[in-house]
Each structure stands twice: as structure tokens, then as C-alpha cells.
Design a protein around this ligand. Structure first.
Ligand SMILES: C[C@H](O)[C@H](O)[C@H]1CNC2=NC(N)=NC(=O)C2=N1
Length: 99
């Protein structure tokens, strides 16, 4: 699960997650929320999932826009853990958007 993915595996994962992009050894996503506090509520939910997975995104909060970066620091690149985390983050982002 935490072995480095090759380029085609990463490309296939991104096909499933079109909101995410690859920046070198990291999967990245910028999400804009209705309010600053909504963004923080989403981050709180993501933090719980990250703790459960023992795999954590890098998070950069810019008012209502939150930048997520997923990479496996201990491996120095992208693993299935990052793909799974990106999917979990995407699900939380969707839940915190206006219906
Ligand atoms: C001991 C090590 O820090 C832990 O296994 C986890 C914590 N969360 C982590 N998160 C991420 N993104 N990469 C890691 O290598 C990682 N390691």
C-alpha cells in the first residue's frame, strides 16, 4: 500500500480524480468553500480521517481557498495512501459545498 506508484499508476488515479493534479511527487487540489468557517469544518473532518489512516495531507489555508497536498513523506513520493487520501478529501469537499 505504501510503495511508490509509477507514472502510469498515478495517471490512472488522476483519471478517477479530475479535480486533482500532479506536481512532481505530490497530488494537489485547491478547493474553495462558501465561507472560511466551512473550510475549517471540512479540514476538521479531513483531520479525523487522516488520523484514522495515519496519513496526513499538507494543508495551506488562504481564507476560503484551501490547498491540499498529498505525498508519502516517508517514501519521498506518491503511494496508494495518497490516492486513497485524495479520494477521502474529495468526498469531504463535496459534502461541504452548497447543494
Ligand atoms: C511515523 C510516520 O510519521 C507515520 O507513519 C506517518 C504519519 N503521517 C504521514 N503522512 C504522510 N503524508 N506521509 C507520511 O510518511 C506519514 N507518516
Amino acid at each position: 500500500m505504501s510503495e511508490l506508484l509509477n507514472n502510469s499508476e498515478i495517471a490512472a488515479a488522476l483519471e478517477m480524480q479530475p479535480q486533482w493534479e500532479r506536481e512532481g511527487d505530490t497530488l494537489v487540489r485547491a478547493a474553495t468553500f462558501p465561507t472560511f468557517l466551512t473550510g475549517l469544518a471540512a479540514i476538521n473532518d479531513i483531520a479525523t480521517l487522516a488520523e484514522e489512516a495515519n496519513h496526513h495531507p499538507d494543508i495551506d489555508i488562504r481564507w476560503r481557498t484551501v490547498h491540499f497536498r498529498c505525498t508519502t513523506h516517508s517514501k519521498g513520493g506518491i503511494t496508494q495512501l495518497d490516492v486513497n487520501l485524495a479520494q477521502a478529501i474529495e468526498d469531504v469537499i463535496s459534502k461541504h459545498q452548497p447543494s
